[in-house]
Ligand binder design. Structure first.
Ligand SMILES: Nc1ncnc2c1ncn2[C@@H]1O[C@H](COP(=O)(O)OP(=O)(O)O)[C@@H](O)[C@H]1O
Ligand SMILES: O=C(O)[C@@H](O)C(=O)COP(=O)(O)O
Length: 426
């Protein structure tokens, strides 16, 4: 297998979001969970997205995992490696976007790295280095209340500089709108002033096409699915790949039961749960009890779901509003509460799969990572899109047999997302 594009995704929902974008733009793509075991037979593809669960781990741990994945991707032939981060730049001052980007760049022999989380399809745009989520600056958006990575500064040049050893510059919209030559000239000029990374503005897809073209000439870039779109289109335009992927054959029915597990506390997921409650049984876990009396609360949830699941899909949710999340975090600590809840939701997901669930929707990046790890799924093929950034996934080499999954980033999807996902998974 010789691939054209490699990516390292910092979480599993982000990986399927990127794999979805690459597929939609013509690249045959597979999403692996970690570096695949050599015994796993992967299909012939143009791109591999290696999913890691490193968004919220200490930076040194993230650097080690990402550089190992980069080495593996280069061995598969990848000429360019994209570090897939969140389109909302989820990363505190202790975060790893800077350290991983610098390490990947060094591994590839140095040079400047283009960085942009812009993803206009989901309302993420960057202007003069400031990230907007919908109409709001990042620090005024719901991301200010994220349970693990609360974002308090919309100026990404500053955010990235606080995490990094090297200097960070800006490729502004004026340079990008003037086309690839002007954008590249600005990028080169920044490098002569000592910047090792450049945040790039982008508002429209055409900006991302320009950025994809200049990023493809370098060995490493960092960004969200928008930059993936730019890279994929540049690859197809270059004639290096045929651009013929579709993803439709991936959704052959798998049968079995279906369930939804939610651990995201994002505004979008909270709304989707309220809507799901009108048409399916929804169990709201009690996070206080999960932390105080873990196994009992988990067993009660499994029993509740077991009583209902043969009649139709069930939803089990830990998700709560920001006030409840902060109360719990001040009592048990941010990491400890997040980790305990992820462990609980992953055990519940695995039990439900043991009881016959073959169609599973998981809401939340960390939540999805914990569930997929617990299920030990090695890789996914990418099917059609349910909502921007969320494809149907089909397992590859899964020990429970073929399953269909949707790993939903907390912030993604319309209010009827859960029903829409299940309707595409038979
Ligand atoms: N009620 C709750 N209180 C505190 N933390 C919670 C609660 N419910 C879920 N969590 C944690 O919040 C985090 C949500 O992150 P994640 O799953 O990545 O969602 P998103 O995709 O919205 O970022 C997880 O660590 C999850 O375990
Ligand atoms: O880029 C994005 O917004 C998503 O792909 C993503 O990474 C979202 O992260 P979670 O909200 O933690 O799922």
């Amino acid at each position: 297998m010789a691939i054209s594009l490699g990516s390292i995704a910092d979480d599993y929902t982000g990986a399927s979001d990127l794999a979805n974008t690459l597929t939609k733009n013509g690249l045959r793509t597979v999403q692996t969970v970690g570096i695949p075991d050599p015994s796993l037979v992967l299909p012939e593809v143009d791109a591999v997205v290696v999913s890691l669960k490193i968004r919220s781990v200490p930076a040194s741990e993230a650097v080690t995992a990402a550089t190992e994945a980069e080495r593996w991707l280069r061995q598969q032939g990848a000429g360019h490696v994209l570090y897939k981060i969140c389109s909302t730049f989820d990363s505190t001052d202790a975060g790893n976007i800077g350290p991983v980007t610098e390490a990947l760049s060094e591994a590839a022999g140095g040079g400047g790295v283009l960085v942009t989380p812009a993803f206009p399809d989901t309302g993420r745009t960057v202007y003069l280095g400031h990230l907007f989520v919908g109409g709001q600056p990042l620090n005024e958006s719901p991301l200010k209340d994220h349970p693990l990575n609360p974002m308090h500064d919309a100026n990404l040049v500053r955010v990235l500089a606080r995490q990094s050893r090297g200097a960070v510059g800006l490729i502004d919209l004026a340079a990008i709108a003037a086309g690839p030559a002007a954008a590249k000239a600005k990028f080169d000029a920044l490098r002569t002033t000592g910047a090792t990374m450049a945040i790039a503005d982008a508002i429209f897809e055409r900006d991302l096409e320009t950025l994809g073209e200049i990023a493809l000439e370098t060995p490493v870039s960092t960004g969200a699915s928008g930059l993936g779109l730019g890279l994929a289109r540049a690859l197809v335009r270059s004639g290096r790949i045929s651009g013929s992927a579709t993803g439709e054959d991936v959704i052959r029915p798998v049968g079995g039961l279906s369930a939804i597990i939610a651990g995201s506390c994002s505004k979008a997921t909270l709304r989707q749960l309220d809507i799901a409650e009108q048409s399916m049984p929804v169990l709201r876990l009690d996070p206080e009890r999960l932390l105080a009396a873990g196994p009992d609360e988990i067993a009660a949830a499994i029993s509740w779901a077991g009583d209902r699941i043969s009649a139709g899909p069930v939803v089990v949710a830990a998700s709560a509003a920001p006030e409840t999340v902060s109360r719990l975090q001040s009592q048990y600590g941010r990491e400890a509460s997040g980790h305990a809840i992820e462990t609980a939701t992953s055990i519940i997901a695995a039990e439900l799969v043991d009881r016959g669930v073959r169609r599973l929707v998981v809401a939340g990046g960390e939540t999805s990572g914990a569930a997929v790890d617990k299920l030990a799924i090695p890789a996914f093929l990418i099917g059609p899109e349910i909502a921007p950034g969320v494809p149907v996934l089909r397992t590859v080499g899964n020990r429970q047999g073929d399953m269909l999954l949707a790993l939903k980033s907390g912030n993604f999807g319309g209010e009827d997302f859960f029903a829409a996902a299940l309707a595409m998974m038979q």
